[in-house]
Design a protein around this ligand. Structure first.
Ligand code: ATP
Length: 513
């Protein structure tokens, strides 16, 4: 099965099983807006909990806040969003479809990379054990030609984006002979800039002065509260402020399911440091954040760093953590060294001092900032696509299973009486009444036990407990593991401990220490 087919199956599965629904579906949906169902919202909450606790609980010098979505409009002038939060857009005149010029070029580069990888694989098959990949890459004419194309395109794209040269971007698209995926033609308009912020009107004030924006990132809520938190929390550098919340962007090219949405959620942390110490902290946060992802057990090979070649004018280092989504490696999280740009600008625009008095140095200065910024929804997609498996079992049957990390799984265990009579449901209910105080449980007595196991596999429940006639006598139940499908007989009295060992968030957090 191709990755594309697998992705389609995953999207269908998340809808069928109550993870994610298209928003306003009975009105035919609303582009790039999604709702989380009964299981999706649990998964999302668990992801947020993992992030929050890894930041705010494990680090004594990081605290969390919850700032408002609406903010003073001057904030977005100071942050640069009013002037420069733009995407370069290009339309195909035949299909009338609109694209981001840089994304068209990145897709072109990704296709060339794919061609190179295919050639390398062919070489490996042909030469067998004698295959020397480095030599092949350095000498094979096809590989060399495509590598040259990639280098040239990348260089020209970075130069055009840095210089904000829209004509050069269009020329590059024409020179690379990029066609519209829908119409197949090269009939392109000029490239234009498009601001991504949503605006609305505040109360009774009409016109320009009443215009406010839905925040396009949560970070500015942290910057404008820097002094409040520093003073009231008596925080000493280095320290961090974390926040989880909604953000809104009028994305033009909204596709790939919940990868790019118009309304989404971010988990952001701004870490304030002494000027001069920022690159050391940048390196530390890069490493810490990758560890957080890898602890989820979805394969180390599925993550990579992508250091930015095009740095924003205020940044002195930036990297993305990319995940191997079903449509290739793409950004999951950004880590940026933002210097004193944001606090400096707010100081300038608000006229209020946003400084830190350093008792050791005996002087005041504007701190530097390292930012870690990750999308909740993109993490949901990464986690679901890493977990979704269609398996063929030894007995020839097939099963769909979500191999979610147990700490993230929406339902932790299912309690299943073997039959609907003879006192088994009563005992099952009794067991569940105790366990549901700590764990999200599901009770299910319908259909054969095999069918019930499959239903739980499909939604990613790590454990099932089966209560049978024997249980009434020996006070034991069968505990079944989702991944190994192994079954074990254990005393009811030991259940809480066994479930807790398996699903507690502690298992994830411990790996970060
Ligand atoms: P991209 O290049 O993919 O548009 P970005 O560089 O603009 O992303 P940031 O501004 O760094 O993204 O935002 C930080 C994180 O927020 C991203 O790594 C991503 O996980 C998430 N994010 C950004 N835009 C969206 C979106 N439209 N939908 C879902 N998540 C998003």
């Amino acid at each position: 099965m191709t990755q594309e087919d697998l992705f389609k199956n995953l999207i269908a599965h998340t809808k069928e099983d109550g993870y994610i629904f298209p928003s306003s579906e009975i009105y035919d949906g609303l582009g790039a807006v999604y709702d989380y169902g009964q299981l999706g919202s649990e998964l999302k909450n668990n992801i947020k909990k993992y992030w929050w606790e890894s930041m705010v609980r494990l680090n004594e010098n990081i605290v969390g806040i919850d700032s408002a979505i609406f903010m003073h409009p001057r904030i977005w002038e100071a942050s640069g969003h009013v002037g420069a939060f733009n995407d370069p857009l290009i339309d195909n005149k035949d299909s009338k479809k609109r694209y981001r010029a840089d994304v068209l070029l990145e897709d072109y580069i990704a296709k060339l990379e794919e061609k190179i990888n295919k050639d390398v694989e062919k070489g490996r098959k042909r030469f067998g054990d004698a295959f020397d990949e480095a030599q092949f890459r350095a000498t094979n004419p096809n590989v060399l030609r495509n590598a040259r194309k990639i280098a040239e395109c990348t260089e020209r794209m970075v130069a055009a984006l840095n210089a904000n040269d829209l004509d050069a971007l269009k020329q590059l698209i024409l020179d690379c002979e990029i066609v519209c995926p829908i119409s197949g033609t090269k009939n392109w308009t000029d490239v234009r800039q498009f601001n991504l912020m949503f605006s609305t009107q505040l109360g009774s004030v009409s016109g320009e002065s009443g215009t406010i924006y839905l925040r396009p990132e949560t970070a500015q809520g942290i910057f404008v509260n820097y002094l409040n938190v520093q003073k009231t929390g008596r925080m000493k550098l280095p320290f961090g402020i974390a926040q989880i919340g909604k953000a809104f962007r009028n994305e033009i090219v909204a596709r790939q399911f919940i990868f790019r949405m118009r309304e989404f959620e971010q988990m952001e942390m701004q870490f304030f440091v002494q000027p001069g110490a920022e690159l050391e902290w940048f390196a530390k946060w890069k490493e810490t954040r990758l560890k957080w992802h890898k602890a989820l057990g979805m394969g180390e090979e599925n993550y990579r760093y992508h250091d930015h070649e095009k740095l924003a004018h205020y940044a002195n280092a930036a990297t993305d953590i990319e995940f191997n989504f079903p449509f290739g490696f793409k950004e999951l999280e950004g880590i940026h060294s933002r210097t004193d740009f944001d606090l400096g600008r707010h100081q300038e625009f608000s006229g209020k001092k946003l400084q830190y008095f350093d008792p050791e140095k005996g002087e005041s200065y504007v701190p530097y900032v390292i930012e870690t910024s990750i999308g909740v929804d993109r993490t949901v997609l990464a986690v679901l696509s890493g977990a979704y498996k269609e398996e063929k079992l030894e007995n020839g049957e097939e099963r769909v299973v979500l191999k979610l990390h147990p700490a993230l799984a929406p339902v932790k265990l299912a309690v299943l009486p073997l039959v609907k009579k003879d006192g088994l449901p009563e005992l099952a209910r009794e067991i569940m009444a105790e366990l549901k105080l700590d764990f999200n449980c599901q009770y299910d007595e319908k259909d054969s036990i095999g069918k019930r196991y499959r239903r739980q596999d499909a939604i990613g429940t790590p454990l099932c407990i089966t209560v049978d006639h024997q249980s009434l006598e020996d006070k034991c139940v069968t505990l079944r593991d989702r991944d190994t499908m192994e079954q074990e007989r254990i005393p009811i009295a030991d259940l809480w401990k066994r479930v807790d060992e398996k699903v507690n968030m502690r298992n994830l957090l411990k790996q970060l220490m």
